[in-house]
Design a binder for this molecule. Structure first.
Ligand code: AMP
Ligand code: GLY
Length: 422
């Protein structure tokens, strides 16, 4: 099978690594890729949101399957352009990608599907929004209605800051802002494969969105992750699938915009059960690095089954009976304008540790940083404590000037401090 993976982040490198382990994959191309994907896949320079260029590439390499990693090409309709030319694609249509691209659309689907989520109000006028916030209860949650790479959300106790964020979002991005109730409880990222009708959940993971230890500092794309979640009550994944993921997939099919690809539910496990924080229309980064490290079922067959409407024929997934921890190495100043162009040096890694490159490129044969999240270190071990230890041993082998990582990825889970109320 000839497979093209679109994108250049850590998530795409994890997809490339999993596909390169799959004997059914005979040719693997990552476009544009990074300094890490070149070890397992051919690279092709292109803009993944340029539909014509992507179709040309798929034709050129006689792709049997195109896997679209990031949200921007999905929202831009690249999956539609490929399907129009007869290619099998893993990733939703532009219409279905609105589940991530438009917070108000997602809320509307959830309302129709009776899926639990935070109550929300949508505003297009900053004075109306400010008046509403003044009467709301903190913490305030304000979201820009559009793609903002995980950074279009403000959560905080200070009213003036919430009002300023809403005003800036309305001015900068135009459109609308959503103000919603604060959901209390540990967060879960649950990924599900869907072919538009059948839903197959992957292992649940937890992401660390804030830049610094103790969940301090600004929101980022994600600074680390681990899977599975031993603290999640038994049956919770099945419950989320039955009460949240399947109803959303059914509702989208009923609207004539079936969701085919990866449906990512970001949830809070509140005292009254799981509630949706957000949906994404693609694999999460860096949770994918941890989740795919544990997957034993060959990935290409799963993605192809989604692309061709045959997911119901796929048997149960098999997973390593182990845990995975992923720690992101971020460039100096990330999530603000990151410092780039520094040498990235990786020494010997302990057993069970792999690296997923993200913001890296090759200059004169040397690997240099080229983005905010530079790479991720992922460790697999029999239990979470061992995986965490090994991930940090692996991290010590990475050298990048000014780099920062969180030191507390999976720490509270190892200590048994993550609990669900109710
Ligand atoms: P999002 O971009 O929607 O994933 O939001 C980023 C982060 O903000 C989430 O991972 C949560 O930590 C936090 N967040 C978003 N919405 C809420 C909410 N309604 N209640 C509590 N935290 C939230
Ligand atoms: N890790 C969060 C995301 O991919 O959106």
């Amino acid at each position: 099978m000839n497979v093209v993976v679109l994108g250049s982040g850590g998530r795409e490198h994890a997809l490339v690594q999993a596909l390169s382990r799959d004997p059914a994959v005979t040719r693997l191309v990552c476009a544009p890729g990074n300094a890490g994907t070149v070890a397992q896949a051919e690279s092709r320079e292109l803009d993944p949101t340029d539909a014509a260029a992507v179709v040309d590439l798929a034709q050129d390499v006689a792709a049997d399957l195109v896997v679209i990693g990031p949200e921007s090409p999905l929202v831009a309709g690249v999956a539609d352009a490929l399907r129009d030319k007869g290619f099998a694609v893993f990733g939703p249509s532009a219409d279905a990608a609105r589940i991530e691209g438009s917070k108000s659309y997602a809320k509307d689907v959830m309302r129709a599907a009776r899926v639990p989520t935070a109550a929300a109000m949508v505003f297009d006028d900053d004075n109306d929004c400010a008046a509403y916030l003044a009467g709301a209860t903190p913490p305030y949650v304000v979201k820009a209605d559009g793609l903002a790479a995980g950074k279009g959300v403000h959560v905080g106790l200070d009213l003036a800051q919430a009002v300023d964020f809403a005003r800036d979002a309305l001015q900068a991005l135009g459109g609308r802002v959503v103000v919603e109730d604060y959901l209390d409880g540990p967060e879960v990222s649950l990924f599900a494969l869907s072919d538009g009708a059948t839903v197959v959940p992957l292992l649940p993971a937890q992401d660390f969105k804030r830049a610094y230890d103790g969940d301090e500092g600004p929101n980022t794309g994600g600074m680390g992750a681990y899977a599975p979640l031993a603290w999640l009550p038994p049956g919770m994944v099945d419950d989320i699938t039955a009460r949240i993921l399947q109803p959303v997939v059914d509702e989208m099919a009923a609207r004539g915009t079936p969701f085919s690809g990866l449906l990512y539910a970001g949830l809070a496990i509140t005292s009254s059960g799981p509630s949706v924080i957000e949906f994404n229309c693609r694999f999460g980064d860096p949770e994918t690095q941890a989740v795919l490290a544990l997957l034993e079922t060959p990935l290409s067959g799963l993605l192809m089954a989604c692309a061709t409407g045959r997911l119901s024929a796929v048997g149960p997934l098999t997973w390593q009976d182990a845990a995975a921890v992923t720690v992101v190495v971020a460039a100096d100043s990330y999530p603000n304008a990151p410092v780039t162009g520094d040498a990235v040096v990786i020494g010997g890694l302990p057993d069970g540790v792999t690296i997923q490159h993200a913001g890296t490129t090759t200059v004169d044969g040397r690997v240099v940083s080229s983005g905010g999240r530079v790479l991720a270190v992922t460790a697999v071990a029999p239990d979470l404590a061992a995986a965490r230890e090994r991930a940090y041993e692996g991290l010590a082998a990475v050298r990048l000037r000014g780099a920062h990582s969180r030191t507390d990825i999976a720490l509270r889970a190892v200590r048994g401090e993550v609990t669900v109320d109710g």
